[in-house]
Write a protein that binds this ligand. Structure first.
Ligand code: 1CP
Length: 343
């Protein structure tokens, strides 16, 4: 039987709107906090057993329509031997950032065996899901990966990458090309291990202007999605903050375009085009609030989607760590009542 999520991603008719949440696993869940005690993020991610449990926690707690693999966007760097850590309360840290052309060789060939735990976890999760829910695999998009690689850590503006885009365009282009190769190999391996769909997170692309996106990033994104299209599973392209050049995001590729909360979903969909599915786009802040404002927010997203085939309900970005789990339960329950597909 085909999963509701996969059918919606292919713009087929479904009995009701499928729902999952970006960052649905993690620190807002007491079950996650309990496992996290005394362990580092990477210790958990590298344990097949813990990775499996954490991936399944939100699916079991909230009866969601999909699981998303518990990993980090830095994980594929381990497969080329670039050292990083996930620091509690902060995020990824790369001790030796990649800042010049002479270091491009560090983004070398992908060795799946170095992150064998991840592919083993995919098999384990699929065994536990037993076909009840699909599993989504994911990776960071090349620009977002370049942001972390060059800056060495999270940042509000990622000036190192943006500066290189103008100052060292050849180097920057070569870095993006290598990251496309890396991410294609990584996502292909996830598909081989058995994920049902993929999502590409271009979390920081909203820092760019449209012309720079089209000139520097778009050709690489086209190649990325062209190579992924051969895998035979649907691919989501999530590019928050990109309202200024949403048409170019859609043009780059992906079967489904993830939409953030800044644009009404109907307006976003008409700019993306009817030939693609859309995912989104509730403001994650409404999950902090719950109650009536949350229900009205959900109503508004569904009104904009108008029951058209090809809508996957999600947030406009990840679940915030201050989210009360009861509000997530509330949202899913409400969607079960009102998220019935139209004629
Ligand atoms: O316990 C902890 O301290 C870890 C917090 C945490 C978690 C739960 C991090 C560190 N990563 C994750 C898991 C994670 N990261 C998932 C799987 C879980 C799920 O979705 O249910 C996914 C898909 C990601 C992806 C990710 N990591 C992105 C892209 C998505 C997005 O939100 O835009 C990004 C940008 C990261 C970097 C990262 N990793 C962790 C943090 C705190 C951050 C953000 C740092 C920053 O702001 O730069």
């Amino acid at each position: 039987m085909q999963h509701r999520l996969i059918a919606a991603m292919r713009r087929e008719k479904v009995d009701r709107c499928p729902v999952w949440f970006m960052r649905q696993a993690g620190r807002y869940m007491p079950e996650y906090q309990a496992l996290r005690q005394g362990r580092s993020f990477m210790e958990m991610a590298r344990s097949v057993e813990l990775c499996t449990q954490i991936t399944l926690q939100p699916v079991r707690a909230f009866d969601l329509d999909a699981a998303i693999l518990f990993a980090d966007i830095m994980t594929p760097l381990e497969a080329v031997g670039i050292d990083f850590d996930i620091v509690g309360g902060e995020g990824p840290v790369i001790e030796e950032p990649l800042t010049q052309a002479s270091q491009l060789g560090r983004v070398g060939s992908f060795d799946a065996a170095r992150i064998g735990y991840l592919f083993e976890a995919i098999r384990q999760i699929q065994h536990e899901l037993a076909g009840q829910q699909p599993l989504i695999g994911f990776a960071g998009a090349p620009f977002t990966m370049a942001c972390y690689l060059m800056e060495g850590r999270g940042s509000r503006d990622f000036m190192q990458a943006r500066r290189a885009l103008y100052e060292a365009p050849e180097f920057f282009g070569e870095l993006l090309a290598r990251l496309v190769d890396l991410q294609v190999a990584y996502l292909r391996e996830q598909a081989r291990a058995g994920v049902d769909a993929l999502q590409v997170f271009d979390s920081w692309i909203g820092l760019l202007d449209g012309p720079s996106y089209r000139r520097v990033v778009l050709p690489h994104m086209r190649r990325l999605f062209a190579e992924l299209s051969g895998l035979g599973i649907p691919v989501v392209h999530f590019a928050p903050g990109s309202a200024a050049f949403l048409e170019s995001i859609a043009e780059a590729g992906g079967d489904v375009i993830g939409v953030d909360w800044r644009l009404p979903l109907d307006e976003a969909w008409s700019r993306i085009g009817a030939d693609k599915a859309v995912q989104g786009n509730l403001d994650p802040a409404l999950l902090l609030v719950g109650g009536e404002p949350l229900r009205r927010g959900i109503d508004e997203v569904l009104r904009c989607a108008a029951g058209r085939p090809g809508h996957i309900f999600n947030l406009g970005h990840g679940v915030h760590r201050q989210t009360p789990p009861s509000h997530v339960a509330e949202a899913v329950q409400y969607l079960r009542q009102v998220g019935v597909a139209g004629p």
